[in-house]
Write a protein that binds this ligand. Structure first.
Ligand code: ZN
Length: 203
């Protein structure tokens, strides 16, 4: 599994491609994209509460079924929120559902490309349609070492191995986020230039 910083950068890259998709406030919007890109790792929480943080990690919550369920539930909230503001029903539901699904699934794809040295290797990507665990043949990201006991779980994350993993993620996913921001800015600039020209010729 990549670290939260890696998943957050993936979420940020998607936010830069579609800024303001969920919320008009840019900070809240960016935070929500990063939250959804990290959401599958919430499966650490029940394990942390029971004293064995890894117990449910890379289980059913890291799957296509979970991505679909979260997308439908999340989009349901947006439908309620925008019921009066937007008269086009398909935009109220399908758009948020698709984006929430993509963000959640981006997490699963990144996890798929991470080195995993603890069986079962990878994640049950297609659950509930298949219980098989999937992992990429060539990992792109380094594994994260962590304690299996709740007491020292968080302190155990801070070590030089995980720092190297984080730097690699920042390099790869940070570059993608920057490229998305640059492409978005370029597209906006050329659109404004076109609109400017259209205004002169039309007037
Ligand atoms: Zn994960």
């Amino acid at each position: 599994m990549p670290l939260p910083i890696g998943h957050a950068l993936a979420g940020l890259a998607m936010q830069r491609a579609r800024p303001g998709f969920f919320f008009a406030n840019r900070w809240l919007d960016a935070f929500f994209f990063m939250f959804l890109a990290n959401l599958p790792d919430a499966d650490f929480i029940p394990g942390l509460i029971s004293g064995r943080p890894n117990l449910y990690h890379h289980g059913a919550f890291h799957s296509l079924g979970a991505a679909l369920a979260v997308a439908l539930i999340g989009a349901g909230f947006f439908r309620l929120k925008k019921r009066r503001a937007d008269a086009r029903p398909h935009r109220r539901f399908r758009g948020p559902a698709a984006m929430i699904f993509l963000l959640f699934f981006s997490h699963l794809l990144l996890d798929l490309f991470a080195l995993d040295l603890v069986a079962p290797f990878g994640l049950p990507l297609l659950w509930p349609f298949s219980g098989r665990y999937f992992i990429a043949g060539r990992p792109l990201f380094i594994n994260v070492t962590r304690s299996s006991a709740a007491g020292d779980f968080f302190p155990s994350l801070f070590n030089s191995h995980n720092l190297a993993a984080a730097l690699r993620e920042v390099l790869i996913l940070g570059s993608i986020a920057l490229a998305a921001a640059w492409l978005r800015a370029r597209a906006g600039k050329s659109r404004r230039a076109r609109e400017g020209k259209g205004g002169v010729s039309g007037g």
